[in-house]
Ligand binder design. Structure first.
Ligand code: GAP
Length: 540
């Protein structure tokens, strides 16, 4: 049975009401594309980043042959030498095609605009633009086409066909017959122009061209430029990965769908360096590891869609990329949570060219292993014997890179969408009442347990307070003694607390408490001393 689609407005309202996500600078009217995480949101997002760090950096799954994975972390500065972004190609090419509307003054991503072709019996035939995936703009475009038909005395049925704006706008003359999404007259859209997404700033007191710097649009480049530092300062050998979690900034033309496309967001990226001959094996490994990670944290497999990019979508240096996509409720099509890309030797090669530094890897183990087959132990001397390229690359090469690049905010949004549920549960009198419950995986839940004294007397608050103080050393827990216990359960359900622990009359007699499970509603009696272990077990 198909489940009803979540109404995003309900989720947005819950997130604001319960302190998950606020609009940035809300009291000043907000600022488009920027968001703040409230007290519960910050716990949720931190749990996500911590789970990623624990599962990918400190304790990654075993490799394809059952071997330990070598992984280290890094935390780079947000502003880097601007030459980094020239080498990476971001200064020249990190741009989206953009279209302005001269009348409405709105700006659109040209590659996200689609067109309805108006009815051909009407002269002139017009095209009506709307943003792909935006149902209300599509409806507007349809209405405009029907209105034009009525004005010409025609009664035309049927839905006009959608076409990509970029395709039609290749012929600049056609712009004159395109009606923009937010206007009623044709000819107001400009030709698409490349718009660089990097935020620019100046370093130092003088705002001149030589002081221009950029807020990083991805964390990956910090890893590439530190590749040699990490190799020289730690005992890692290839294959190994470097991981980083941090802010990235993109001046998105059209931030939308809540936090999905923001201008400031956090990435969780791994650059995994390996021998070129093993890169496909590692690409497949990371693609599977990353998909499984989302499933383990409660994303239903029906909503999770890994999609291998077509050859025409791939970056020119990439041999393969899989987008791990999620069926967000605001879209008819799955949307990217993470890209797992085979980047070949592109990035290190670029940084070698631009910095003049040698970023090749020397496999000392392989070199020493083959010592008996050579006359010399000096690599330089051996090179003078003109060995074949494949022979050299057994020992010295530019590593290939597999890059699993995830968005912490996108996954937080997916977790919120996935967790949102409405059901009916019996109240104190056994009557069914509506319940809004966030079914977070216990590992991600912002609050792990609530401690509830049944009444505020008879020594129950003291017992509850003792347990609260003990548990808060280990997890984020809440103490709640306000109102009927049923209402307190509802409050905790709404923020997704997996366990409610009630201190009642029996606790005073035998030091046992009840643990209520958020999802099954079952209550079990356990000893107070065992509560910590019960919660630990559920967190896995
Ligand atoms: N280093 C590769 C890289 O940055 P990307 O596909 O541009 O690749 C990786 O970004 C991930 O970062 C995306 O899968 C997404 O989760 C997140 N991301 C990218 N742009 C974003 C935005 N404007 N708002 C929120 N998350 C974004």
């Amino acid at each position: 049975m198909a489940t009803a689609k979540l109404d995003m407005e309900k989720l947005v309202s819950l997130c604001r009401r319960r302190g998950f996500i606020f609009q940035s600078s809300e009291i000043y009217g907000g600022i488009n594309g920027f968001w703040d995480y409230g007290p519960l949101g910050v716990e949720l997002k931190k749990n996500i980043k911590d789970a990623w760090w624990q599962d990918m950096v400190r304790n990654p799954p075993l490799g394809p042959n059952g071997q330990e994975i070598s992984m280290v972390g890094l935390d780079c500065s947000i502003i880097m030498n601007p030459k980094v972004w020239e080498a990476s190609g971001h200064v020249g090419g990190f741009s989206d095609p953009m279209v302005d509307c001269k009348e409405s003054k709105k700006r659109y991503r040209a590659d996200q605009l689609e067109l309805l072709q108006g009815h051909q019996e009407i002269v002139p035939t017009l095209y009506y633009a709307y943003t792909k995936g935006d149902e209300s703009l599509l409806k507007d475009a349809l209405k405009k086409a029907e209105k034009a038909a009525r004005a010409s005395g025609k009664k035309l049925a049927g839905t006009p066909l959608g076409q990509a704006f970029m395709q039609v706008a290749k012929d600049a003359a056609k712009l004159a017959i395109i009606v923009g999404p937010d206007v009623d007259v044709p000819g107001t859209l400009t030709e698409p122009r490349a718009f660089n997404l990097m935020f620019q700033t100046y370093v130092g007191a003088v705002q001149s061209a030589e002081n221009i710097a950029y807020l990083r649009p991805e964390t990956a480049q910090g890893i590439f430029v530190n590749f040699k530092n990490v190799l020289d300062s730690s005992r890692v050998k290839l294959p190994f990965g470097i991981a980083q979690v941090g802010k990235a900034f993109r001046n998105e033309i059209n931030p939308r769908n809540y936090t999905f496309r923001s201008r400031e967001f956090e990435q969780m990226e791994i650059e995994f360096f390996c021998h070129p001959s093993e890169s496909m094996k590692w690409y497949e490994y990371w693609r599977d590891v990353r998909k499984n990670w989302y499933s383990q944290l409660g994303i239903k497999s029906d909503n999770l869609k890994p999609r291998e990019q077509g050859k025409d979508e791939l970056a020119f240096y990439s041999i393969g990329t899989t987008d791990i996509e999620y069926m967000f409720p605001f879209s008819e099509e799955p949307q990217e949570l993470e890209g797992v890309a085979h980047r070949g030797a592109y990035d290190l090669t670029q940084h070698m060219k631009h910095s003049g530094k040698d970023l090749t890897y020397m496999d000392e183990d392989a070199w020493n292993r083959d010592a008996a087959n050579r006359k010399t132990n000096s690599f330089k001397e051996w090179l003078k014997t003109n060995p074949a390229k494949e022979e050299i690359e057994k020992y010295q090469y530019v590593p290939h890179v597999i890059e699993p690049s995830a968005g912490a905010d996108r996954f937080t949004l997916a977790v919120l969408c996935e967790a949102y549920s409405e059901d009916k549960v019996p109240d104190a009198k056994g009557n069914l009442e509506e319940r809004l419950v966030m079914k977070f995986h216990p590992r991600l839940a912002p609050v792990k347990a609530a401690i509830l004294p049944l009444v505020k007397k008879d020594g129950m608050p003291e017992k509850a307070d003792g347990l609260y103080r003990e548990l808060k050393k280990h997890f984020k827990v809440e103490y709640d003694d306000g109102g009927a216990v049923g209402r307190r359960y509802r409050r905790q359900d709404e923020i997704g607390t997996p366990f409610c622990i009630t201190i009642d009359g029996d606790t005073l007699k035998d030091d046992t408490v009840t643990i209520r499970d958020r999802d099954t509603l079952q209550q079990r009696r356990v000893s107070m001393a065992g509560v910590l272990e019960e919660i630990r077990k559920a967190l896995g």
